[in-house]
Design a protein. Structure first.
Length: 68
């Protein structure tokens, strides 16, 4: 078998597996889109609560400094 044939065979195999991966990714994206649509439609189960507000350093009481 010539080097070119082996190389071409690898490329076509890679192309096939790449298409498979892309197909899986498309399925995941479709599922996420459907889940988002359900969440935005106000279904009885409700969407997740928003995260609590972040506490900034400026909002914390001054306790002292490591730098004296």
């Amino acid at each position: 078998m010539a080097f070119g044939d082996a190389f071409y065979g690898d490329l076509t195999q890679w192309g096939y597996s790449e298409r498979q991966r892309n197909g899986i990714a498309d399925g995941v994206r479709r599922g996420l889109r459907a889940a988002l649509a359900i969440g935005l439609s106000g279904n009885p189960a409700g969407a997740a609560e928003p995260p609590p507000p972040r506490i900034r350093d400026a909002d914390l009481p001054a306790v002292g400094s490591f730098h004296g």
